[in-house]
Design a protein around this ligand. Structure first.
Ligand code: PLP
Length: 397
């Protein structure tokens, strides 16, 4: 063929992380068929959906099979019943987000990846290490990325004062709190520093709050809109995946305040246009399920699942505390991010855990350069497996 392709794809780092983990685990299992391997690398939930969510999905599916209640294409931006429920959720956090600024989606990943469609080739600021979608989607668009490093010293919560010198005017800044993979969560002061910086430099913050439901500590913001000025500089992208176990159901949302403008151009209007052109909405049963997750009963059931995972996280962090190993996360996150003992690289530590105690985690290197000597363990497994894993780890770290 003589067509041109997007040559920026050649600049995307090959994501061999999970395939490499898979092949090392397979090789080990083949050589040791009797070994019982515990997987603590997964970022996926494992508990089933709350009953109230399933019932709503079943009922909505039955409506779709009835002439009187059948529905065709959903509204591109989401049904009012779900946008209202999301708006009420923000209200419970003390923040007023009108339903008209909410766009329902099939998950946070799509919106995080697609948001570049409405933005030009701006300078981009991305923390390292972080969820790889921000880097890859901007690389696909040929954007210039400045990394800002998470380190032991800043608790993996870099601040604008740590940026390389330059005016950074008109930047697009990605923030993820609680962070994947580090589990670190910005305080009000930290987020205020970023919002003030964005307002001062005419920059846009894209705030990924996919894990906000894991925040347990009082006083930690659940949404960027708790910070004064954020409505003038921030888009928030969130998900039902981790909050309600929707990884296999697919639903999320994006807030773009109707007042958010780049010069005279409304970002809300651009996203509306983009979605109307390229997206045909989320299915009715899924939106009813999401609405049920936000009901009083749904929130309670989801909180029980989160408490289960958080108990697993606590088992892991108690061990690390006992061993004096530096880590972030766990408290307000399903992820525990630990410094590899004895100066190991993250892949060396991966091999050590697999070979010596048959535990699989995720090497930090897969989330950026700053993860080179760190390791992610997740709390998404079962309680029994986590207890067993902690017992095994105790002997070798
Ligand atoms: N944002 C972060 C930080 C994530 O870790 C993930 C998934 O692991 C997502 C977004 C994707 O969410 P969704 O399942 O809604 O696409």
């Amino acid at each position: 063929m003589d067509i041109k392709t997007n040559t920026n794809f050649a600049n995307i780092k090959e994501t061999y992380l999970f395939s490499e983990i898979g092949s090392r685990v397979r090789a080990y299992q083949e050589a040791h068929p009797e070994a019982s391997i515990i997987r603590m690398g997964i970022g996926d939930v494992t508990l089933p959906l709350p009953q109230v969510v399933v019932e709503a999905m079943v009922k909505a599916s039955q409506e779709m099979g009835c002439k009187e209640t059948f529905r065709g294409y959903p509204p591109e931006y989401g049904y009012d019943f779900l946008k209202d429920a999301i708006s009420i959720r923000y209200g419970s956090m003390g923040v007023s987000v009108e339903p008209g600024s909410i766009f329902v989606s099939d998950g946070a990943k799509s919106d995080l990846g697609n948001i570049v469609d409405i933005l030009g080739n701006n300078p981009v600021i991305i923390p390292d290490p972080v969820y790889p979608v921000y880097v890859d989607s901007n690389t696909m668009n040929g954007n210039n990325i400045t990394y800002i490093n998470g380190t032991k010293e800043n608790g993996f919560l870099p601040l604008p004062s740590e940026l390389p010198s330059g005016d950074h005017k008109g930047s697009v800044i990605y923030l993820c709190s609680p962070n994947n993979p580090t589990g670190a969560v910005y305080s009000t002061e930290g987020l205020t520093a970023w919002v003030d910086f964005a307002l001062k430099t005419g920059s846009l913050i894209i705030y990924d709050s996919a894990y906000d439901a894991f925040i347990a500590e009082e006083g930690i913001p659940h949404t960027i809109y708790e910070i004064p000025g954020a409505f003038d500089c921030a888009i928030e992208i969130c998900s039902f995946s981790k909050f309600a176990g929707f990884t296999g159901v697919r639903c999320g949302w994006t807030v773009i305040p109707t007042t958010l403008k780049a010069g005279e151009v409304s970002l809300h209007a651009l996203w509306k246009r983009r979605q109307a052109t390229k997206f045909n909405g989320v299915s009715y049963p899924v939106q009813r399920a999401a609405q049920a997750a936000l009901s009083d009963e749904g929130v309670k059931a989801c909180a029980q699942n989160i408490a289960y995972y958080k108990q697993n996280a606590k088992l892991i962090t108690e061990l690390l505390d006992k061993k004096g190993i530096f880590y972030t996360g766990g408290n307000n996150s399903p992820y525990v991010w630990l410094e590899c003992p004895e100066g190991c690289s993250s892949w060396e530590f991966f091999d050590k855990l697999l070979n010596e105690v048959q535990i699989v985690g995720t090497p930090g290197e897969g989330f950026g350069k700053g993860g080179d000597r760190y390791f992610r363990l997740t709390a998404f497994g079962s309680k029994e497996n986590t207890i067993e894993a902690v017992k095994r780890l105790e002997n070798i770290i």
